[in-house]
Structures are given as structure tokens and as C-alpha cells.
Design a protein around this ligand. Structure first.
Ligand code: NAD
Length: 417
């Protein structure tokens, strides 16, 4: 196996992790061929009439990486970085993530290269609808089920469901992460952050690691990051810094979570929070702390900053926040990296519960959702920790091994090879 390089694209980086797991598992060449590349890729041009009357054409994608274990599943990202390669990388991560969580889905991802902060609500609505219409022929409750990701939330999911329903009839199970009033699940919005903290607690219990008093830094204060910050504070951790796209705030004595959430709700940003110093998104990653939770965009931990990262534990809330080069640096210095496909799987797990509820036309209580989520997250974490110990590999390698093994088995059982 060659040493990890940092001149890889996001998809090449994830494929590097896949190849490593495939080598460790001594996977046959036939299986590798069937698992390495996306099974289907669609690129669409999405014309949107802007509020000022001009027409702007955005480029969007829906990439279905692997459908061996069930319908394709994965979020929709609205972000300037969402190009073909990034969406492909995220689609492949979904394949290994759904398999690791052992839920009956394949992996997919969608994206539109746009900057949601520059679009009005009306423009976002038109963009979401046109994108949905353009990819609708690939979707279906038994074919491919989108969900929210960076830059999208309940609002966009409601619009997607509506646009799909105009073409094919009312179909709540076509997307997950919907508002409760439209068939969403209790606990879905909180799920990725909630699941991340369940993973953290399970790992801590297995390793006799006391969470109270540990200092935590969180990059990204959206659906995932804000929940991780809040729940880690509830576990007795001291959240010393958080950031969003506009910058971060730092107080080594700790940030008051209730005040910070109030400030963020009114100001629309964590910036300007009183009683804390301003920090940049680059600085926040190298602040002194015990636990660093990147929960925004990808590849923020890379060869240019890995040796300056001080945290002994990295909780990957975001997808693919660590490049293979940075991963190698962390492993060499004995830092623990709890990997994305395990840590943020809570989102897709509760998406699965939402889909199941929609199909049954029966709503679960929030307690039931969280209880079932806990069972899945604890089991997956225990499996990863056990595999890492048994195979003498890192937690990321263990997580990939389990995911790749399960997808390979499904392919064999279906008789493809
Ligand atoms: P979000 O849009 O709700 O929040 C993103 C946060 O990151 C915001 O605070 C935003 O200001 C900040 N941000 C955006 N660009 C940034 C940049 N360049 N530098 C620093 N901060 C930046 O998105 P989210 O749903 O919380 O997703 C965050 C991450 O978690 C993504 O990597 C996503 O793929 C992953 N994830 C999300 C879900 C989900 O269900 N929402 C599930 C699993 C994984």
C-alpha cells in the first residue's frame, strides 16, 4: 500500500480508504471492480429566474454509488464546492455508512453548485423545484431517497416532496428530513449530532475516558455542529470555541451554550458573541483542546495543518473532514479519530426510521426514535472498536472494513459475481 498523499481529489481520497480496506480484506478483483466506481451518475443544468429578472443556470448532480443493499440514499448539498468529484466522494461515503449502520440502503448523494447565502427564499424555492424535476426520473421510494445535507434543511425537503408530488402524486417517502407536519420524523433534525454524541459516549465508556471537564472545539454551527456543541456541554464538557462560515468565537474558560444559542438565533451567526474572542476558521482547528469536532465542510484537516492540531481526539461530524495525509499524521502521534461514516450516521439512521414510518403510515414517538437510534449507534461503535482491536487497524480502517465487507456480501448474494 502506498503512503497517503494529499494531492488527491475528494473521491480519490475516499477510494484510497476503500482500497486500503479491500487490501486488508483481501477482496477479489471482481468485487473491487463492482464497488469502486459509482453505478450511475446524472448531471443536470438547472435554470433559475433570479429576482432581478436575469436567468442563471446552475449545475447539479445526483450520483448513485452503489445499490447492492437497497434503494440509494443520500443527502442533497447546496454549496459552491459541490462539484462532480465532491458529490461522487460523498455518494461513496454513503454506501459504506449505510452498510456500517446496517440499514437496508445503498449510497448516493446530490448537489447543486451554488451559494445559498446569495439566494433569496424565492430563488432557493425555484432552484430546488427545478433540480428535483430534473433528477425525478431517478428517484422513488424504492429507488432513491434524498435527504438534507450542507445548505439544505426541512424547507428544501418539503419543496422537493412537493415538486416530486406534482409529477407522480403525493409521495412523502420520497425524501427524508421533512417537516414533522409533512410526515417528518421526530428526532430527525437532531439525529446526526445526537448520534455523534452517542458514538462519543460509547467509545468513552469502552475506553474509560471521562467526558466531564474535557475541552471541545466545534467547527460549523448548523444542524450537526450546534447539536454536538450543545450535547457535549450537557455531558459536562467545556465547549471553548465554535464557528460558522463567517468565523468563530473562543473563550478558554468555556462558552455559555444557552447564551450562544440565543445570540446565534438572533444574529444568524456565532460571530460577535460577547465574552469570547474572535477566531478564524483556520485558527479554530489548531486551538488547544481535548476534542475537536469538525462539523462543516470537507478536507479542513489536511497536511498543511495536521501537525498543528492539538486535540487528542477528533470527532468527525462533517463528511470527509480529514484527508488521508492528515489521518496519517494523527495516527502517528496516537490521536484517536472517530470516523465520519460512524460518527454522523445518526442522520441517515433516523432518515431510515422516517422512511419506514412513511411506508407504514404510522408515527413513532420521539422516545422510540431516540431509543432505536441509540441501539444502532452503540452497536455500530462497538463493532468498529472490536474490529479495530482484532485486526490491529485504525477506527476508520475498521469502519471501512465492516462497510465494504457487508456491501461485498450483498453483491455476492445477489449473484453478480
Ligand atoms: P448546515 O448547513 O446546517 O450547517 C453547516 C455549518 O457550517 C453552518 O454553521 C455554516 O455556516 C458552516 N460552514 C459552511 N461553510 C463553511 C466553511 N467553509 N467553513 C466553516 N464553516 C462553514 O449543514 P449540516 O447539515 O450541519 O452539515 C454539516 C456537515 O455534516 C456536512 O459535512 C454534512 O455533509 C455533514 N452531515 C450532515 C447530515 C445531516 O443530516 N444534516 C448528516 C450527516 C453528515
Amino acid at each position: 500500500m502506498t503512503q497517503p498523499q494529499d494531492n488527491l481529489t475528494p473521491f480519490q481520497s475516499v477510494t484510497w480508504c476503500f482500497d486500503r480496506a479491500a487490501d486488508q480484506l483481501k477482496l477479489s478483483n471482481d468485487l473491487r471492480e463492482l464497488m469502486r466506481r459509482p453505478w450511475r451518475e446524472l448531471r443536470v443544468e438547472v435554470p433559475v429566474r433570479l429576482d432581478n429578472g436575469t436567468l442563471k443556470v446552475f449545475t447539479g448532480y445526483r450520483i448513485q454509488h452503489n445499490g447492492a443493499r437497497g434503494p440509494y440514499k443520500g443527502g442533497i448539498r447546496f454549496d459552491p464546492s459541490a462539484d462532480e468529484d465532491e458529490v461522487r466522494a460523498l455518494a461513496s461515503l454513503m454506501t459504506w455508512k449505510t452498510a456500517l449502520a446496517d440499514i437496508p440502503y445503498g449510497g448516493a448523494k446530490g448537489g447543486v453548485q451554488c451559494d445559498p447565502t446569495q439566494l433569496s427564499e424565492g430563488e432557493m424555492n425555484r432552484l430546488t423545484r427545478r433540480y428535483t424535476q430534473n433528477i425525478a426520473h431517478l428517484l422513488g421510494p424504492q429507488r432513491d431517497i434524498p435527504a438534507p445535507d450542507l445548505g439544505t434543511n426541512q424547507r428544501e425537503m418539503a419543496w422537493m416532496m412537493d415538486a416530486y408530488g406534482q409529477m407522480y402524486g403525493h409521495t412523502p417517502s420520497i425524501v427524508t428530513g421533512k417537516p414533522i407536519e409533512l410526515g417528518g420524523s421526530y428526532g430527525r433534525e437532531a439525529a446526526p449530532g445526537h448520534g455523534a454524541v452517542m458514538v462519543m459516549k460509547t467509545w468513552a465508556a469502552l475506553n474509560r475516558y471521562a467526558l466531564p471537564g474535557k475541552s471541545v472545539v466545534v467547527q460549523g454551527f448548523g444542524q450537526v455542529g450546534s447539536r454536538i456543541a450543545r450535547l457535549m456541554a450537557e455531558e459536562g464538557c467545556i465547549v471553548v470555541a465554535v464557528s460558522d462560515v463567517r468565523g468563530g468565537v473562543y473563550n478558554p474558560k468555556g462558552l455559555d451554550m444557552a447564551d450562544l444559542l440565543r445570540h446565534n438565533a438572533t444574529a444568524g451567526t456565532v460571530r460577535g458573541f460577547r465574552g469570547a474572542d474572535a477566531v478564524t476558521n483556520a485558527e479554530i482547528l489548531t486551538l488547544p483542546c481535548d476534542i475537536l469536532a469538525p462539523a462543516a465542510v470537507g478536507e479542513v484537516l489536511n497536511s498543511s495543518n495536521a501537525d498543528r492540531v492539538k486535540a487528542a481526539l477528533i470527532l468527525e461530524g462533517a463528511n470527509h473532514p480529514t484527508t488521508p495525509g492528515a489521518d496519517a499524521v494523527f495516527n502517528q502521534r496516537g490521536a484517536t479519530v472517530l470516523p465520519d461514516i460512524l460518527v454522523n450516521a445518526g442522520g441517515v439512521v433516523v432518515s431510515y426510521f422516517e422512511w419506514a414510518q412513511n411506508i407504514q403510515q404510522f408515527r413513532w414517538s420521539e422516545d422510540r426514535v431516540n431509543q432505536e437510534l441509540r441501539v444502532v449507534m452503540e452497536r455500530a461503535t462497538q463493532e468498529v472498536v472490536r474490529r479495530a482491536q482484532a485486526a490491529q487497524v485504525t477506527l476508520r480502517e475498521a469502519a471501512f472494513q465492516i462497510g465494504v465487507e457487508r456491501v461485498g456480501r450483498a453483491i455476492e448474494l445477489r449473484g453478480f459475481v
